[in-house]
Design a protein around this ligand. Structure first.
Ligand code: GLN
Length: 484
């Protein structure tokens, strides 16, 4: 049952082959068997999940079900969940029970989805390996000694190991796509503004975007259908109509122009990964697509630009965690300053502190022009590169990450090497474009992701392009040994 997709399970539920309660129990059982080894969930909501499943069964009986009704999913612990601990992977919020639902969470509730629990993540979504979580690292289901990617590593590992049908993630610089690539699943980062950020704990507000992490593109379409749309509570939410993402999944790809950025191949890319990408591109050519070499000349400026913009925004966003209103408070503060210093000193982990310091420095008088303003200008150049490219092509493709999942501890002491794991994903956030990662041929038994980048609000096209490949190939249906 746990290998089935949302669409398959929705059919089974409607045909009465099983109830949502049975399905939910089966998943909760897997969570209790495997979570100790994977550490993918930080909170499991057994009792509420079963209650939600009962309600879903009633809706299904009454003929009032949507595709997600009764389907067990998980939310990244960055989304506020009413009455349920929302830690954001941090000691700072280890005691925080959210008093309201994030917009995305309430949309899934309305759709009748069952929330199994909250997934582990890098602290405040800062990381590429899930090693920055206060709750310890997540293990990659494909190889226990390897990282699942980050920051949505718990969601990726849970989907890959069948501990939920699908999950939500967030992506500021690659955090949906890179863990999707490392765990062999499908991940979609929508256009900035497509999915409401209300109640999604902010890291870098001009880059953060929530999206689905699923087994297939078809499931990603079903999840995005629930998540996408205008929300008055998020001032950057886009007032754009939401298309029917499932309706165009099977559209023909003949004549599709696929741009291959010359900067994405060769260089630091593992040649074995490049071969996997080539295999997928050949499959697209068989489907009628045409490959066009393009250039994104400012690619190498993506990582340095991001590591000014993201820390700058984080230093401002995280100033709200002051030990006064909610979150961790130090014991016996001497005075207000002591309260701030020790609460923040104790509550935040080393990577979060590093980012706050870098960001504060970049924004400080005297350095603002040299760093922040310069970074904003380069951000424009990066967006312009994509704008030019989309005059020639319909989608852009390349690798999601320069390597397969690396070992736990392997890059932990070297933040700059760690930052380079997002070299292919970061520019997409800086430009605000939609991007996707889908599994292609593994290398040495470890999953590899193909990245698809679309023009603004062209999620439907990305889903169509991804779905057609998944119909022709079976890379996406591989399951990690021990979790069959
Ligand atoms: N790995 C990047 C970082 O550490 C991106 C994280 C993310 O997308 N949330 O900031």
């Amino acid at each position: 049952m746990h290998n089935k997709t949302i669409s398959e399970l929705a059919q089974g539920l409607r045909a009465g082959e099983y109830s949502s309660v049975e399905l939910t129990k089966a998943y909760l059982d897997r969570v209790s068997r495997f979570n100790a080894a994977l550490n993918s969930y930080v909170t499991v909501c057994d009792a509420t999940a079963l209650r939600e499943a009962e309600q879903a069964d009633q809706r299904i009986k009454a003929g009032d079900a949507s595709v997600l009704t009764g389907i067990p999913i998980a939310h990244k612990d960055i989304f506020c969940t009413d009455g349920v601990k929302t830690s954001c992977g941090s000691k700072m919020l280890d005691n925080f029970i959210a008093p309201y639902d994030a917009h995305v969470v309430s949309l899934f509730k309305q759709a009748g989805a069952v929330m199994l629990g909250k997934t582990n993540m890098d602290e405040f979504a800062m990381g590429s390996s899930n090693e920055n979580s206060f709750y310890g690292p997540v293990h990659n289901p494909w190889r226990s000694g390897s990282v699942p990617g980050g920051s949505s590593g718990g969601s990726a590992a849970a989907v890959a190991a069948g501990l939920c049908v699908a999950a939500t993630g967030t992506d500021t610089g690659g955090s949906i796509r890179q863990p999707a690539a490392f765990c062999g699943i499908t991940g979609l980062k929508p256009t900035y503004g497509r999915v409401s950020r209300y109640g999604m704990i902010a890291f870098a507000s001009s880059l953060d975007q929530g999206g689905p992490m699923t087994k297939t593109a078809e499931d990603a379409a079903a999840m995005l259908q629930v998540m996408a749309g205008f929300d008055t509570r998020d001032s950057t939410s886009a007032e754009q109509p939401v298309p029917d993402y499932s309706a165009t999944l099977n559209d023909d790809l003949s004549g599709l122009r696929i741009g291959i950025p010359k900067e994405y191949l060769g260089g630091g890319l593992d040649p074995a990964i490049e071969s996997s990408i080539q295999l997928a591109l050949e499959a697209y050519v068989r489907l009628g697509a045409e490959l066009v070499e393009i250039s994104l000349p400012n690619t190498e400026l993506g990582v340095p630009t991001y590591y000014v913009v993201a820390p700058a925004e984080c230093s401002s966003n995280l100033s709200r965690f002051d030990g006064v209103r909610y979150g961790h408070r130090c014991s016996d503060p001497k005075d207000l300053e002591d309260l701030y210093k020790r609460s923040r000193g104790e509550g935040f982990g080393p990577e979060v502190k590093r980012r706050i310091m870098v960001g504060t420095y970049a924004l400080s008088a005297g350095y603002y022009d040299a760093y922040y303003l310069k970074a904003q200008k380069i951000r424009h150049l990066i967006s312009d590169d994509f704008r030019e490219a989309f005059k020639q092509v319909d989608v852009i493709m390349g690798p999601t990450a320069p390597s397969t999942a690396f070992g736990i501890g392997e890059k932990a002491d070297d933040p700059v090497t760690m930052y380079l794991s997002d070299i292919y994903t970061i520019a997409v956030n800086l430009a605000g474009l939609p991007g996707m990662s889908i599994p292609v041929q593994p290398v040495d038994g470890m999953p590899v992701g193909l990245q698809l980048i679309g023009n603004y609000f062209e999620e439907a096209k990305l889903l169509n392009v991804a779905h057609r490949l998944q119909q022709e190939t079976d890379w996406h249906s591989a399951t990690p040994a021990g979790f069959e």
